[in-house]
Design a protein around this ligand. Sequence first.
Ligand SMILES: CC(C)(COP(=O)(O)OP(=O)(O)OC[C@H]1O[C@@H](n2cnc3c(N)ncnc32)[C@H](O)[C@@H]1OP(=O)(O)O)[C@@H](O)C(=O)NCCC(=O)NCCS
Length: 195
Amino acid sequence: MKENILEFGELSLSQKEEAVELFLDGFGKFMTFSKDEKVKKQLFMEIFDSKLFLCYLEGDKVLGLMGLGTNKVRPINFKKDVCIKYFGKFKGTIISRQMNASFQKAVVKGEKELYLDTLVTHPSYRSKGIGTILVNKACSLKDYDSIIVEVFSKNKKAIKFYENNEFVISKKHKFSFMRLLGSGYPIKMTKNIKH
Ligand SMILES: CC(C)(COP(=O)(O)OP(=O)(O)OC[C@H]1O[C@@H](n2cnc3c(N)ncnc32)[C@H](O)[C@@H]1OP(=O)(O)O)[C@@H](O)C(=O)NCCC(=O)NCCS
């Protein structure tokens, strides 16, 4: 079957929906601002950056998704006007401000650092090398000399996955308030890229 990595903006409408579903499958538990799955799906369809999300496809099916950030841009922007459209002026403004405090925060400082904002593969197609293909794609981007990712300490599978892909633990944020989300504390992992 033909394998392909495309930017989010290059996908058809139904493929974009599949990509957003993958994202919500992996990270939906952190999107506590609404319980309405349909509305959340519509929102993310509009706020995913068209270029900063790379999608792995086999045939027509989206099986993996990777969001990339730099010291200037990050791939998910809870734009105020879009949040207001779905949640009304008051709640929409709060959601935009609160979510962007994390999602638009500068997470890397250097020009040559790439931040792996989101990586998720289709639950039925894990352990088949798709996550590794996407990480290798990020490593092949010539403008960067290191890749940084943050993983929650309870996500043992992901930590092992990144270690297998030559990431090393560079910092443990043991006292982060993110612990309240129930997934442990954030661990920063770094991989140096040799081009
Ligand atoms: C972490 C995650 C992205 C890994 O994706 P994946 O597609 O399963 O990754 P890979 O298949 O490349 O590697 C996973 C495992 O499969 C093994 N593997 C890779 N190719 C394989 C193949 N062809 N046949 C059998 N096994 C294979 C790897 O050795 C690796 O083993 P490990 O789990 O013992 O470390 C995926 O589990 C996921 O989406 N998790 C939910 C979201 C998440 O936690 N993301 C990370 C935080 S940002």
